[in-house]
Design a protein around this ligand. Structure first.
Ligand SMILES: [Zn+2]
Length: 301
């Protein structure tokens, strides 16, 4: 593989010297096999990579990455990869061991590198993609890693990343204007785990959650009671469920706090294909519309 690439690069140089387009040659290579740790990252990869790559996700749609338990099939998928992409920031606690077990020796790209990171307690909050400015940084990192792996495909990677960056920037402007139109004392919501700190910081929304940073944990009875008391005292109207966690707790909190369940938010993973949130762009727009409706006392459908 290495020799093939070296020869191909030499051929590319020759063609470039003779002023012929060298890029068409890249189609002779099979698509780059990329693996992302979770579904949101796999979606960004597919957008930027186009048909020059294949992208698989280790953690599937509607599945919780924090408490993920890899199987031998997960290790096999890693072993077959050309390039592996992770979020980083302590999000994939199971990954280092899995990589060792799989025998994968290639590069591991950390998608969140250079993003604006907030802390939750004393640790970095891993959910950096919930800030669209950070999502744009992820896309730039993915683009650069793909270019490095497949330099001949650079024009395609750059074009797709630029188009997508425009779409993210447009969504950011739209969402910002919509949140800004909500009175400040209404911008207070409950979700099951602390996944929306970045979104809250970006649009001045206060998120409260019984599960804090890790969706696979169990809240104490005291923490739940405190949250219910808070909902009553602050008159919080909007309580939301998440796609990959048990909904019973959040339903109970809403009932006892006298609030409505305002719908389903997609926090750490996409919906299955065909669902309302099967791409990152759809997921973010859905979450924003659901939050805004909930804060206004409506329900987004
Ligand atoms: Zn999470």
């Amino acid at each position: 593989m290495k020799m093939l690439q070296t020869r191909r690069q030499a051929l590319g140089t020759l063609l470039a010297l003779s002023a012929a387009p060298a890029f068409g040659q890249a189609t002779a290579l099979r698509p780059l096999r990329t693996v992302a740790s979770f579904s949101i990252l796999a979606d960004l990869l597919r957008v930027v990579g186009g048909d020059a790559i294949e992208a698989q996700s280790l953690v599937g749609p509607n599945v919780d990455t924090h408490g993920f338990e890899p199987t031998p099939a997960t290790a096999k998928r890693l072993a077959d990869a050309d390039l592996v992409f992770v979020n980083g920031l302590g999000y994939e606690g199971w990954l280092d061991r899995l990589i060792k077990a799989s025998g994968y020796r290639g590069t591991v790209i950390v998608a969140s590198k250079g993003a604006n990171i907030r802390t939750s307690g004393r640790r970095p909050d891993p959910h950096a993609w919930q800030d669209l400015g950070n999502a744009r940084k992820y896309v730039a990192n993915l683009r650069d890693a793909l270019i490095q792996a497949r330099p001949d495909e650079a024009p395609g990677f750059m074009q797709r990343a630029a188009n997508y960056d425009d779409q993210l920037a447009a969504l950011e402007r739209k969402v910002r204007a919509e949140f800004a139109a909500i009175p400040r004392d209404r911008r207070r919501v409950i979700t099951s785990h602390d996944a929306f700190g970045y979104l809250g910081a970006a649009y001045d929304i206060e998120f409260l959650s019984p599960l804090r940073g890790n969706s696979s944990g169990e809240p104490s009875a005291a923490a739940v009671a405190r949250l219910i008391e808070q909902i009553r005292r602050l008159n919080v109207k909007a309580v939301f469920m998440e796609n990959m966690t048990d909904t019973r707790l959040i339903e109970r909190i809403a009932r006892e706090g006298g609030a409505e369940v305002g719908g389903l938010l997609y926090a750490d993973s996409l919906s299955p294909v065909g669902g309302v949130a099967d791409t990152f762009l759809k997921m973010y727009a859905h979450n924003a519309a659901t939050l805004i409706a909930g804060m206004q006392g409506r329900r987004h459908v």
